[in-house]
Design a protein around this ligand. Structure first.
Ligand SMILES: Cc1ncc(COP(=O)(O)O)c(C=O)c1O
Length: 414
C-alpha cells in the first residue's frame, strides 16, 4: 500500500483515538526507522519507551523466535520455564521477593492496587491475615471514607501522574484531562501534590490509605524528576503506617533512567514495583515485583490474566534483562548527558529535565506539539509530555544516530 492508501484505510477502519503523525513505518533497525516512502528517521521515541534494545536486535529475535518454535502459549494453569526464569532474575536484581506478569502497564498497576487493597482490607479489619496491623495510626483526623468499616483501602497518587487508561488507572492518574467524559470513577483514590510531604501526610490522616503510588520521574506529566527528600519522606510515612509504597516504573524501569529501576537511585525500598514497556521491547508484557510482605497476599482465584506470563514475551524479556548490566547502564547515563548537553546549546532550548535516556526539553517559544511535527519533517521522531518535548530513544541508540538526530534538532531549535 502507498502512504495515502494506508492513511485512508486507517481513517476509515480504525477508531479515531490517536492523533497520528503523517508517516507510516515500513521497517527499522537500531534506532533508525524507514517510512513507506523510503525516508529515514532517527527514533527518539522507542515506541513510547518500549523498544529498549532497538529494532531488529538479533539476540532478541533469536530469543523470541526460539520460544515460538517450542510453543507460544499454554495458559497459567501450567508451570513454565520462561516465566519462572524471568521472575527469578527480576527478584535477584531488585532484592524483592516474587513477581507476577500481565500484559501492560495499566494492568500492572491494577494488580498492585488489588494486592494493596486486599492487604489493607484484611489487615485493617484486624484479621491478622494476610498482614496484621503493625502500627498505631494515632488520632484519626477528618471524615473516614465510606468503605472504612470494610477496611483500609484508599490509594493516594500524585498530581501530574500517569498510571494508565483502564478505569482504575485513569482514576489514579492525577491529571484532569484524562478524567473528562469517563466518570463515574473508581472510588477510593486521592491526590497529593508532588513535593508536598506535609500535604500528603494530612491526606493520609484523613483517608487512611492502603497504598501510595508514584512515578519517580513523572513521564506523561512532563518528565518531572521527583525530589529525593520528598520520596524518602513518603517511604518513611509508608513504613510507619503500614502503607504499601508502589513505584510505578512502567516508563522509568528497565534501564531507562540509567539504573535497572529508578528506585535504585532514590535509595528506597518500594513494597511493589510495576513495570511494562521496556522489558517487552515491543511485545506486550508487564508485571509487579513484590516485597516479602506483599508477595503472598494474592491466592489462587484472586487475580488472573490469560496472556500473563506468556512464554514468548517472557523469553524476549529475559534477553532484554541479560543485556542490562553495569557498563550498559553507564552507557545510558553517558548518552543521556551527551544528548542534554547538545540540546541545551540550541537557542530555542530553555532547559532539559529527566534522568538517563528519559529527557524532557523545555522550549523558549515554540509549541511542543508543533516542534514534534517540524522535527519529524527533519528526520527525528519525538514525543510530547506536558509542556515539553520528550525523548525516549532506544537505550542502544548509537552516538552516530544521536549526532544524526542533532542535525534535525539544529534545523528546528538552532
Ligand atoms: C508511568 C506509566 N504507568 C502506566 C502506563 C500505562 O501503560 P500501558 O499503556 O502499557 O497500559 C504508562 C504508559 O505510558 C506509564 O507511562
Amino acid at each position: 500500500m502507498t502512504f495515502e492508501e494506508i492513511r485512508n484505510n486507517d481513517k476509515k477502519y480504525i477508531v479515531n483515538m490517536y492523533g497520528r503523525f503523517d508517516m507510516a513505518v515500513d521497517h527499522a533497525e537500531g534506532a533508525t526507522v524507514f517510512d513507506v516512502e523510503g525516508r529515514k528517521y532517527i527514533d527518539m521515541t522507542a515506541g513510547i519507551g518500549v523498544v529498549s534494545m532497538g529494532y531488529a536486535d538479533p539476540g532478541w529475535i533469536k530469543a523470541v523466535s526460539g520460544q515460538l518454535e517450542k510453543y507460544q502459549h499454554v495458559s497459567n494453569l501450567f508451570y513454565q520455564e520462561p516465566g519462572a526464569e524471568l521472575a527469578e532474575e527480576l527478584v535477584r536484581r531488585t532484592g524483592m521477593s516474587k513477581a507476577l506478569f500481565v500484559n501492560s502497564g495499566s494492568e500492572a498497576n491494577e494488580a498492585a492496587f488489588k494486592i494493596a487493597r486486599k492487604y489493607g482490607n484484611t489487615a485493617a479489619k484486624g484479621t491478622g491475615k494476610p498482614g496484621k496491623m503493625e502500627f498505631s495510626y494515632g488520632v484519626f483526623k477528618g471524615k473516614a471514607p465510606e468503605s472504612f468499616d470494610k477496611g483500609r483501602n484508599a490509594i493516594i497518587s500524585l498530581r501530574d501522574s500517569f498510571h494508565g487508561r483502564t478505569i482504575a488507572a485513569i482514576t489514579a492518574t492525577g491529571q484532569e484531562k484524562y478524567h473528562k467524559y469517563f466518570d463515574p470513577f473508581a472510588p477510593g483514590f486521592y491526590y497529593a501534590d508532588p513535593g508536598d510531604l506535609s500535604g500528603l501526610k494530612e491526606l493520609a490522616d484523613e483517608v487512611y490509605p492502603c497504598a501510595v503510588v508514584m512515578e519517580l520521574v513523572q513521564g506523561e506529566g512532563g518528565v518531572n524528576v521527583l525530589d529525593k527528600e520528598f520520596v524518602k519522606g513518603v517511604e518513611k510515612l509508608c513504613r510507619e503506617r503500614d502503607i504499601a509504597l508502589i513505584a510505578d516504573e512502567v516508563q522509568t524501569g528497565i534501564g531507562r533512567t540509567g539504573s535497572l529501576f529508578a528506585f535504585q537511585q532514590y535509595d528506597i525500598k518500594p513494597d511493589m514495583v510495576t513495570f511494562a514497556k521496556g522489558i517487552g521491547n515491543g511485545l506486550p508484557i508487564g508485571g509487579v515485583i513484590c516485597s516479602d510482605k506483599y508477595a503472598d497476599v494474592l491466592e489462587p482465584g484472586d487475580h488472573g490474566c490469560t496472556y500473563g506470563m506468556n512464554p514468548v514475551c517472557c523469553s524476549g524479556a529475559s534477553y532484554v534483562l541479560s543485556r542490562i548490566d553495569d557498563p550498559f547502564l553507564a552507557g545510558v547515563r553517558e548518552k543521556g548527558e551527551y544528548i542534554r548537553e547538545r540540546l541545551e546549546a540550541f537557542s530555542e532550548v530553555e532547559k532539559t529535565t529527566g534522568l538517563g535516556l528519559m529527557i524532557g526539553v523545555v522550549l523558549k517559544s515554540m509549541d511542543p506539539s508543533e516542534a514534534c511535527v517540524k522535527l519529524l519533517e527533519n528526520g527525528v521522531m519525538t514525543l510530547t509530555a506536558g509542556n515539553k518535548v520528550r525523548l525516549l530513544p532506544p537505550l542502544v541508540i548509537s552516538y552516530e544516530e544521536i549526532d544524526e538526530a542533532m542535525k534535525g534538532f539544529e534545523k528546528v531549535f538552532g
